[in-house]
Design a protein around this ligand. Structure first.
Ligand code: NBG
Length: 834
């Protein structure tokens, strides 16, 4: 770029200092630097007709994003070329949710351009972090399941695996949450408003058509309507920028052919109506992490994803292969929960109807290709679809599901003769008022691998969810403990801590999180522990500032930050947490006892709009907060804040500041958890039950570096079976009598009634006393700063296992059988041989 253009770009700005051209020694970095400047300049001039000085902050953000996109897209084409050259086996991760969050900062970090860009922006008079904060989160997911998918994509690219995501390009992501008088309100999240995302590239030339509805003539599907799927590609930049994969999101469009048919028949209104109906498919993400099935639109969404993905996968496969002999050695399809379970039927349909494969061959290919992960045991989350609905929407698929079931029943009869009850349990169909298809049974029958997401959970999948399937095919069942990407959750979200770690042990941990172990050498290094504490203090100060902006409440950065951030759910027991606050309140107010330690209780999380109980818990937390934050006797000891609109970018601000991580679900209910990993990785100590991945965290960090309390999973089951009889107490009474609701005894009645009911399946009160006692222990230990910091350091040092890189290497080796596709990359190849 010549100096003339520089002048054009910068004239009229308040920038005085312009960097000199790069010297040869800086050439590598500076090439990126120059390209970035060029990219920004040309976007503004040629796409917006403006100069930097004339552009709004949003335009500047867009210009920067488009400029950063350039090297990402170049690397994306390189990666694709490499995969094609090597005819590499590819993994396709099908998920209804990808909770990506913001992209700019993460990509700058992974491309190694963050510091340079910060400097360029500073020269241009703009603070990079302020620009980053303008980017709306891509909130195309609800919670853990969607965020796990996003962490997996980061690890796949970082480890150079040919791994791609398929999802839906929802126009509205997860709702935005506000509070009115302590009650949750939902607002639409129109994340693409104002020009769309710079990170999504529309590919109209790769559109696919998808049949739906219609009727059957024998095994021939006739007169289906047609929906169009338009791909939008998001580049997934691996750390180091060498491998860039793709997340392909489909938007639904109505097909012209169909509309023209109606237009010709003269019914203009219904043609437009059809268009609206079709496009509704990719309008909105269902705002529930445990979707109550039965909604026709949701089934249509699931089918749309599956059908688009299968077409796309086949198209790519056929570029190199004529027969299906090699299909399952070139393609792995992953079903993220049962949401894409229709893949089993759709793949069968395609292989048989479009490619004339006989059933047996098609079935062998399907089972060898598909793998399924279960993410929850909660019965309300197990998807079932009315047979009548599937029949109307997907008549051919229903026939295929019936045939899969006929063969399944025959296999059970052959291998377990006389066991009629077993047939009932494994059947893909559930009888009842409305016959339904059990999607988990379909997924387990049509996959060669079924895994849970933490050891306890995978064990419970075998023993309680699917014991019959485990008898049928024990070799299919396995565990893959979740992980989180250290790039976003430490390197990017917590720069001060990341740089302290790098100064101590080098930066190898970014790609190999086990290297954090080396930090153990510093466990007794007073100066390092002090610096660790300073980093935490700095992050707490930043969060205190943000809290004030978001809630108007001032919190004391010297108090202990006690954090519970996650979806609002009864099983996660945010209620237990707030009961603890009430307990402390009465200790101060009535018992006149002085706590050992001031605490700030930080909550954040969304409740599904129709989940009344969870929404009432949000209100209770606010109500308790109002009282304890205002009372002069308690306000210096207890502060309760509920940060609105929890999402990835807010998590990035909260987690680095957390000191105590609340992981207090009823044992047996939380499949894994990943917030538990993120917080420990950022130096928080966990207080938790023996549930999900907490158990494995304890095994890693050592029992002395974590606070474990409460019933175990088997004890919860036993208690409920033997008869659970919770008793009231001062804490419960004070809620019942309206102390926190201005005398209103009705408001929280449902909460009180449930807590005192023998049918409280989450057994809050059974764990209450042990919880309070353990919290007391936390206070005692927190006062010994050096000892606490040492434990925090050991938590960080021992988090290596919880990198999603480890998880992905295990999936790749045991389930997908894919290999890193980069020339000369022997390190990961060796891992696969193990
Ligand atoms: C969630 C579990 C979490 C788990 C994530 C990712 C669903 C249906 N399940 O415990 O509740 O960490 O999945 O596996 O969102």
């Amino acid at each position: 770029m010549g100096s003339l253009q520089h002048e054009v770009l910068f004239s009229g700005t308040r920038v005085l200092k312009v960097r000199p051209p790069p010297s040869t020694s800086e050439a590598g970095v500076s090439r990126g630097f120059v390209q970035l400047r060029e990219g920004i300049d040309s976007f503004l001039r040629f796409a917006r007709g403006k100069l930097w000085s004339e552009s709004s902050q949003r335009e500047k953000l867009q210009a920067l994003s488009v400029a950063v996109r350039r090297p990402a897209l170049d690397a994306m084409r390189d990666s694709e070329r490499r995969y094609v050259e090597q005819d590499a086996k590819r993994l396709y991760y099908l998920s209804m949710e990808f909770l990506m969050g913001r992209t700019l900062g993460n990509n700058l970090t992974n491309l190694g351009l963050y510091d340079d860009t910060k400097a360029i922006m500073a020269e241009l008079g703009v603070d990079l972090e302020e620009l980053e904060a303008l980017e709306p989160d891509a909130a195309l997911g609800n919670g853990g399941l969607g965020r796990l998918a996003a962490c997996f994509l980061d690890s796949l690219a970082t480890l150079d695996y040919p791994g791609f995501g398929y999802g839906i390009n929802y126009e509205f992501g997860l709702f935005r949450q506000t509070f009115v008088n302590g009650f949750q309100h939902e607002k639409p999240d129109h994340w693409l408003e104002g020009g769309g995302s710079a990170w999504l590239i529309e590919r109209p030339d790769e559109t696919v058509t998808v049949p739906v509805f219609g009727s059957m003539a024998g095994t021939k599907w006739s007169d289906p309507k047609v929906i169009i799927g338009v791909p939008h590609d998001m580049p997934i930049v691996g750390y180091g920028g060498k491998t860039v994969n793709v997340l392909r999101l489909f938007s639904a469009r109505s097909s012209d052919e169909f509309d023209i048919g109606i237009f010709n028949a003269g019914d203009y209104i219904s043609a437009v109506q059809h268009k609206i109906n079709t496009e509704a498919i990719s309008k909105i993400l269902y705002p529930s992490d445990m979707v109550a099935s039965g909604r026709e639109l949701r089934l249509l969404q699931e089918y749309f994803l599956v059908a688009c993905a299968v077409r796309d996968i086949l198209k790519r496969y056929h570029q190199r292969h004529d027969s299906f002999e090699e299909f399952s050695s070139k393609v792995a399809i992953h079903l993220n929960d049962t949401h894409p379970a229709l893949t089993v039927a759709e793949l069968m349909r395609t292989l048989m109807d479009d490619y004339a494969l006989p059933w047996e061959h098609a079935w062998a290919v399907t089972v060898q290709t598909c793998a399924y992960t279960n993410h929850t045991l909660l019965p309300e989350a197990l998807e079932r679809w009315p047979v009548e609905m599937i029949e109307r929407m997907l008549p051919r698929h229903l026939q295929i599901i019936q045939e899969i079931n006929r063969r399944l029943v025959a296999e059970v009869e052959r291998r377990f003769p006389g066991d009629a009850a077993m047939i009932h349990r494994v059947s893909l169909f559930e009888d009842g008022e409305r016959r339904q298809v059990r999607m988990a049974n379909l997924a387990m029958t049509g996959s060669h691998s079924v895994n849970g997401v933490a050891e306890l959970h995978s064990d419970l999948v075998k023993k309680t969810l699917a014991p019959d399937f485990n008898r049928l095919w024990p070799e299919r069942f396995n565990n893959k403990t979740n992980g989180v990407t250290p790039r976003r959750w430490l390197l990017h979200a917590n720069r001060p801590l990341a740089s302290l770690i790098t100064k101590s042990i080098g930066d190898g941990w970014v790609r190999d999180l086990n290297q954090l172990k080396r930090l153990e050498l510093f466990a007794d290094d007073a100066s390092l522990l002090e610096r660790l504490e300073n980093v935490k203090r700095r992050n707490k100060l930043a969060l205190a500032k943000l809290t004030r902006e978001l809630t108007g409440i001032a919190v004391d950065p010297e108090s202990m930050f006690d954090v519970q951030v996650k979806r609002m759910h009864e099983y996660k027991r945010q209620l237990l947490n707030i009961l603890h606050v009430v307990h402390r309140y009465w200790e101060i107010v009535e018992d006149r006892s002085t706590p050992l330690q001031p605490r700030t209780f930080i909550f954040a999380g969304k409740a599904a709009p129709g989940y009344f109980a969870a929404k009432l818990i949000i209100k209770l937390i606010h109500s308790v907060g109002e009282v304890v934050n205002a009372d002069p006797r308690t306000r210096d000891w207890l502060r309760v804040v509920f940060l609105p609109d929890y999402r990835v970018s807010l998590a990035e601000a909260i987690i680095p500041a957390a000191e105590l991580s609340e992981q207090i679900s009823t044992a047996g209910k939380e499949a894994s958890g990943t917030g538990n990993m993120k917080m420990a990785l950022n130096g928080a100590l966990t207080i938790g039950t023996l549930d999900g991945a907490n158990i494995e965290i304890r095994d890693e960090v050592g029992a002395e570096n974590i606070f474990i309390f409460g019933l175990r999973a088997d004890e919860v089951v036993k208690l409920l079976a033997d008869g659970y009889a919770p008793k009231s107490s001062r804490v419960i009474d004070s809620i019942a009598t309206g102390h926190f609701s201005r005398g209103d005894k009705d408001l929280f009645r449902p909460i009180v009634a449930k807590l005192l009911s023998s049918r409280d399946e989450y057994v809050h009160l059974a764990d209450f006393r042990p919880y309070i006692d353990t919290q007391q222990q936390v206070d005692v230990e927190y006062r010994d700063r050096a000892a606490w910091n040492r434990k925090a350091l050991l938590n960080i040092a021992r988090m290596g296992k919880f990198s999603s890189d480890r998880t992905i290497v295990e999936y790749a080796r045991d389930i997908w059988k894919i290999r890193p596709a980069v020339i000369g990359n022997f390190a990961h190849a060796a891992l696969l041989e193990e």
